[in-house]
Write a new protein. Structure first.
Length: 310
């Protein structure tokens, strides 16, 4: 597969603080690449170096097989991005903002193209409204329209769902999937919402204190059979006792007033539910998910312990 982004031995320091420390990344054409890490891990610093907004102290960035340092203008012409919160002329409408940004960047954008973008990001019917009246979520949507103005091959999104309500998060998720699956765009997506990245990313990397902890496909990082299962029911103490007396006794992770959380093999979920139902328990809901959050916490905590013990 063709590598769209190649990062090698990237380093960036601010005084004695090393924000990015020997980072290596590979992003392939057409994939959604999830970039994970706790606050202060170096994600935004990395993105700024990918976009040549700041200069690395050491290492190299290749995009489309070319050096960012030597081919900056050519490469950036084919990248769309949202870095932190997008900003606009507040007293102009969404459409006028896009027109101004297109002219400023030498982009030929017809009225039909602008209407298409406004509708695509979910702002249909609001294109003529001044941006000053937009919610944060609407500005995020307009920022995505801005990033897509020139139909870029690579899209870099830094926390694109920040401040969005649940429906807005779902909408952005669907847009990202559409851009990747239907439009064959490459999407580099930084987010702290682990569940969302698990739903959209083909491959991902976890960064902690400037260092790469792990990188790979979801299949490599997550066992599809190994699940965290939430079961909502009417009698948690009885459920706990039943499980402790069964072969699933070691599966219990946590419990709340009306919920138990288990770690189970996917194929064991029906057996556990049957065990509880046959004992007379009422089941109100069952949700299973792969263990990205647990993996994330385990890897970042392990990396921190290694640094402390050095």
């Amino acid at each position: 597969m063709e590598k769209i982004i190649q990062v090698r031995d990237l380093v960036k320091s601010y005084g004695s603080f090393k924000a990015v420390d020997g980072l290596n990344l590979d992003v392939y054409r057409g994939e959604v690449f999830g970039f994970l890490g706790p606050n202060g891990a170096g994600k935004s610093t990395t993105i700024r170096m990918l976009l040549s907004l700041i200069r690395p102290d050491a290492g190299s960035v290749l995009v489309f097989g070319k050096s960012m340092e030597e081919n900056r203008r050519e490469i950036l012409a084919n990248i769309g991005c949202i870095v932190e919160k997008p900003d606009f002329y507040k007293f102009l409408s969404a459409r006028k903002n896009l027109e101004v940004l297109a002219r400023y960047n030498g982009i030929s954008a017809s009225r039909n193209r602008l209407e298409e973008l406004i509708e695509f990001v979910g702002l249909k019917g609001r294109g003529d409204d001044p941006v000053k009246g937009y919610s944060h979520g609407m500005k995020q949507r307009l920022g995505l329209a801005q990033a897509l103005l020139h139909d870029p091959e690579l899209i870099i999104l830094d926390e694109p769902t920040t401040g969005l309500d649940p429906q807005g998060i779902i909408d952005i998720r669907n847009l990202i999937l559409y851009l990747s699956r239907e439009k064959k765009k490459t999407v580099f997506l930084s987010s702290h919402i682990l569940h969302e990245l698990e739903l959209v990313a083909d491959r991902m990397a976890i960064l902690n204190k400037g260092k790469l902890v792990v990188q790979g496909t979801k299949a490599e990082l997550l066992d599809d059979q190994d699940r965290v299962v939430d079961i909502q029911l009417n009698d948690v103490p009885l459920a706990r006792r039943l499980l402790s007396e069964s072969k699933f006794g070691s599966s219990l992770l946590s419990e709340e007033s009306d919920l138990i959380q288990l770690r189970l093999n996917l194929n064991d979920i029906p057996a556990v539910v049957s065990l509880l139902v046959e004992a007379g328990l009422r089941i109100f809901g069952v949700e299973s998910r792969r263990r990205l959050e647990e993996l994330f916490l385990k890897l970042t905590e392990s990396a921190e312990r290694m640094q402390i013990n050095k």
